[in-house]
Design a protein around this ligand. Structure first.
Ligand code: ADP
Ligand code: ASP
Ligand code: MG
Length: 445
């Protein structure tokens, strides 16, 4: 059971999350928590002079939740954490910046998990905080480390199984991990979902539950489409595509560990715990709807390489993609023609160096401020006319890249960032509201 930042944002939210955990009496459960909302951002921006409010927020929250020795112990823990963070911040400029940053932000999850374990204990649900850095073992890529699966599974099993078997609820901070040598790393922003999935896979659990502030995965981002609807069931592939292309409700890597053991992933609303939310599993549902959801992602850069040398030549694409590999830059969407390749990037730190190397291969063009729109559904396979409907709906907006694989369950294209809201709203209207109206018309006939 993973609770995100808003689900542990204050005393009332933590109380509520603890109630949800306690209600699950029949099953033995494991809890993963994010930092209280806003704490990771605050720690990332912190200086030794500015950290105090982060810690006093934990203290005032604990005062509303704990009493007696439980409260005293937590207060002491917070004081020590504050001193540790100050010391780390003083060294930030002397040592490797990213590794100090990981050590600093890790306190968000360390504090929230310690508090959650204390609250559960006080509710007579025996619980113990377990340092996730003893379970999730990663490479040394600070700020976006990749787990070493064998070692992670072995350690998680050793650390958590005995607790679970003796009826104690292990409570871990998400997002944080360590190298085999014990140096703190993190899994990337939003990574607590991934922690939950890794632990679920390690212990081969019955279900991975992601408790958040919306009722499951919705047909579009609710910040853009307020009347977006909960999707009852999604296949693993559908959920993974939505997560890759911007549906923030799931970290993009969450689905991977679940697939291996066919573990269902349920996304629930911690404020409306009785709503069923979304169930992600091997199968999609067989609804008439071809499209399940629309995802979007802004802040995308398009790189276009044009070269006559590509014509009829082999090895060109390899040379091109090796440039991105050398600079450890992930490419998302790709489209090629005889003489040009267009591709999209999220991460542009290495862009100047990449462009310099690409210029050896051809003429390079860059478009910044782009957005990816992705319509997803298993029904896209073999349904004709989807592209026509999509582009018919937005025929006044310029599209700069289109991609749909042969057996693909997504249809993806790139537009200017300024058109994102309008595009998503219009597509949602076309594929959801309009279709719904037609269905009910048929039923009334
Ligand atoms: P948590 O802190 O619980 O991990 P996040 O903020 O990371 O929560 O993710 C939940 C948010 O994701 C929602 O509040 C919503 O604004 C956003 N979101 C974007 N796209 C979708 C979508 N398709 N379905 C549900 N939520 C989405
Ligand atoms: N606290 C981390 C973040 O804000 C991880 C998470 O919330 O999933 O990115
Ligand atoms: Mg999240």
């Amino acid at each position: 059971m993973k609770f995100g930042g808003t689900s542990v944002a204050d005393a009332a939210a933590i109380e509520n999350a603890a109630r949800i955990v306690s209600a699950e009496r029949a099953a033995s459960n494991i809890v993963v928590v994010s930092a209280m909302s806003g704490v990771t951002d605050a720690l990332l921006a912190a200086t030794p002079e500015s950290v105090e409010p982060i810690f006093s927020r934990h203290l005032t929250t604990a005062e509303q939740l704990l009493h007696g020795s439980e409260l005293e112990r937590f207060n002491e823990f917070v004081k020590r954490a504050e001193a540790d963070v100050r010391e780390l911040l003083h060294t930030q400029n002397t040592f490797n910046h990213k590794s100090v940053q990981d050590a600093v932000v890790s306190f968000g999850e360390i504090l929230s998990s310690t508090l959650m374990a204390a609250v559960l204990n006080q509710r007579d649900r025996p619980a113990r905080q377990v340092d996730a850095r003893r379970c999730i073992i990663t490479d040394e890529e600070h700020t976006s480390a990749a787990p070493l699966l064998g070692e992670t599974f072995r350690r998680t099993e050793n650390e958590l199984r005995p607790l679970v078997e003796s009826g104690v609820v292990p409570v871990l901070g998400g997002f944080i991990a360590a190298t085999p040598d014990g140096v703190t790393t993190t899994l990337g922003r939003g990574g607590s979902d991934y922690t939950a999935a890794l632990i679920g896979a390690a212990l081969n659990v019955d279900e991975i539950q992601i408790w958040t502030d919306v009722t499951g995965v919705l047909t579009a981002d609710p910040r853009v489409v307020p009347n977006a609807q909960t999707i009852a069931r999604l296949s693993y592939s559908e959920a993974a595509e939505l997560a890759y292309f911007g549906a923030k409700v799931l970290h993009p890597k969450t689905i991977q560990p679940a697939i291996e053991n066919s573990i269902p992933v349920r996304i629930c609303n911690s404020r409306l715990p009785h709503e069923p939310g979304t169930l992600v599993g091997p199968q999609s549902d067989t609804s008439r709807r071809t499209i399940k959801a629309i995802a979007h992602k802004t802040g995308v850069t398009i790189v276009q390489i044009t070269s006559a040398r590509m014509l009829g030549a082999y090895g060109f694409l390899r040379a091109l993609f090796e440039v991105f590999e050398r600079h450890r830059t992930v490419v998302d969407v790709v489209a090629t023609s005889e003489v040009s390749v267009s591709l999209s990037l999220d991460e542009v730190n290495a862009l100047p160096a990449i462009v310099e190397e690409l210029q050896q291969l051809g003429t390079v063009g860059i478009e910044k401020g782009r957005a990816i729109i992705c319509v997803v559904g298993e029904g896209l396979r073999g349904t004709p006319g989807i592209a026509g409907r999509v582009f018919g709906t937005i025929n006044d907006i310029t599209v700069s890249l289109i991609s749909q694989g042969a057996s693909s369950i997504n249809f993806t294209f790139v537009i200017g960032e300024e058109h994102v809201k309008d595009t998503v709203i219009r597509l949602h209207e076309e594929f959801f509201n309009h279709e719904k109206a037609q269905e009910s018309q048929k039923e009334n006939r």
